[in-house]
Design a protein around this ligand. Structure first.
Ligand code: NDP
Length: 468
């Protein structure tokens, strides 16, 4: 009997995705470069409809035509290696789905190279970690509609379901559109995680309360507008005790790792001139955190130049809660605006309401407010930024004084809050009708004859600024 689907790459994500597919009634052929892992995986799940394949030829022959094959291997060269070996074995009409965190430009190139062969190529962003992969990830596919028609049922069956029962998957656009959305999802994740870390740091330093107590604060925020997966697991991480009962998190080295999708988001944004300062600040914050030895040395020699605190300690937790929600919304606004600009640049025709909708469940940045974001974007398609859409325009406006207070208090205390600060700066820059970019233009024209435009008449102008 032939299998309904094939999956290549049996590390943590591939194994869980294969089990998810199998649990939805599919027979799944599996293959891994290291055969022992294939055999071990299938042996650990006896009775399941998993078919272990030792060679790619056996794997391809075992799948129903037209074939549907999901790759869950390391992004980059591994994908090229697997696609290179696989394609000569496939037939016209077969579909390859790359489910890894692949750079969207790489998917564009691979898809373009396969057009003449008639083999469909899709980049499918998968979010939700191993649990998501096993029980329902948020899926962000991009590729040709003909391929989507082939895999829609399969992807809808394995995807997370939003509270209204809708599967968290939709064809987002052609080529690398799905990978681009997944990358920006991860960038947003970087921003929100950094805001959460800064919230912890500020409360700890300004109120001097314990990690456990801060864990309880995060727990209580789950019943508010902040309700989200990242806030939920922050409460769990802060509440987790080491063997001796002390908070484990206080013994974790303060050097943040990264696999590069935050950097890709910033690179993507820079390449098309879209501002994502909070995501950039989060990437920089991880980079600064990795310079542990230098920071330890600098902490003994650099003065703080502190100012008297004006923080109202009585209401500080509420202020922090409002500021966090406000800054998180501003971060989502940056991410969505980046996708909007990328979509225009690449003709992806992204439906941002659909993007927000499939982020509602299964993925790391899932949050209660995404339902309203999706509705707002659907109902107000003429607005160029989430910050202009109601009810978010008002929600942010109501909390801005808190965001300002949090940035001021942290600055007075010498606590680094780059994500909060950049969110506020983005907002202030975005709402400022006249920025001092006229000075930049004057200077550019002065030293490099780069020309400038005037506010009072059309055309390009150059001035001889320095006369002998
Ligand atoms: P890894 O990214 O660690 O990749 C390991 C898999 O890639 C193994 O199956 C390995 O085979 C295979 N591989 C590596 N190099 C080659 C090669 N040259 N040829 C063939 N196969 C190769 O696995 P994960 O499960 O963590 O992630 C899979 C993909 O999903 C990645 O792109 C990742 O970024 C993405 N992802 C991961 C998430 C996570 O939480 N881990 C979440 C969302 C997406 P072998 O066993 O032979 O070494």
């Amino acid at each position: 009997m032939t299998s309904d689907v094939g999956l290549i790459g049996l590390a943590v994500m591939g194994q869980n995705l294969a089990l998810n597919m199998e649990s939805r009634g599919n027979t799944v052929s599996v293959f891994n470069r290291t055969t022992s892992k294939t055999m071990d995986f299938v042996e650990r799940h006896p009775g399941n409809n998993l078919k272990a394949c030792r060679t790619l030829e056996e794997f391809v022959d075992s799948i129903k035509s037209p074939r549907r094959i999901m790759l869950m291997v390391q992004a980059g060269r591994a994908v090229d290696a697997v696609v290179g070996q696989l394609v000569p074995l496939l037939d016209e009409g077969d579909t390859i789905m790359d489910g890894g965190n692949t750079y969207y430009e790489d998917t564009e190139k691979r898809a373009a190279s396969l057009v003449d062969s008639g083999i469909h190529y899709m980049g499918v962003g998968v979010s939700g970690g191993e649990l998501g992969a096993r029980f329902g990830p948020s899926l962000m596919p991009g590729g040709p509609p003909a391929a989507w028609a082939m895999v829609k049922d399969l992807l809808e069956s394995i995807a997370a379901k939003a509270p209204d029962g809708e599967p968290c998957v939709a064809l987002l656009g052609p080529g690398g559109a799905g990978n681009a959305v997944k990358t920006v999802h991860n960038g947003c994740e970087y921003g929100v995680m950094q805001l959460i870390a800064e919230t912890y740091h500020s409360i700890r330093r300004i109120l001097g309360i314990s990690t456990n107590e801060i864990g309880h604060i995060f727990e209580s925020w789950q019943n508010t507008e902040l309700s989200s997966y990242l806030v939920e697991i922050t409460a769990i991480v802060l509440g987790h005790s080491d063997e001796d009962g002390e908070p484990l998190v206080e013994r974790i080295l303060d050097q943040a790792g990264a696999k590069g999708t935050g950097k890709w988001t910033v690179e993507m944004a820079l390449s098309i001139g879209a501002p994502v300062p909070t995501i950039g600040a989060a990437v920089d914050a991880r980079n600064i955190s990795s310079t542990k030895e230098e920071r330890v040395a600098a902490s003994t020699v650099l003065d703080a130049g502190l100012l008297p605190s004006t923080a109202d300690e009585e209401s500080y937790v509420t202020t922090m809660q409002e500021a966090l929600y406000c800054a998180i919304l501003i971060t989502y606004a940056q991410a969505l605006s980046l996708l909007d600009k990328l979509s225009a640049e690449r003709n992806y025709n992204l439906d941002l309401a659909a993007v927000a909708s499939l982020w509602r469940a299964g993925c790391i940045i899932r949050a209660g407010f995404l339902d309203d974001i999706s509705k707002a974007l659907q109902e107000q398609p003429d607005k160029s930024n989430l910050l202009l859409c109601e009810p978010f325009r008002t929600e942010v406006a109501n909390r801005l004084p808190s965001l300002r207070k949090v940035v001021i208090a942290a600055t007075q205390h010498g606590i680094p809050v780059p994500a909060f600060t950049s969110a506020l700066q983005y907002y202030d820059a975005y709402r400022t009708a006249t920025l001092p970019a006229n000075i930049i233009q004057g200077l550019r024209d002065c030293f490099g004859a780069h020309t400038y435009k005037r506010t009072d008449r059309p055309g390009s102008f150059h001035t001889e600024w320095i006369t002998e």
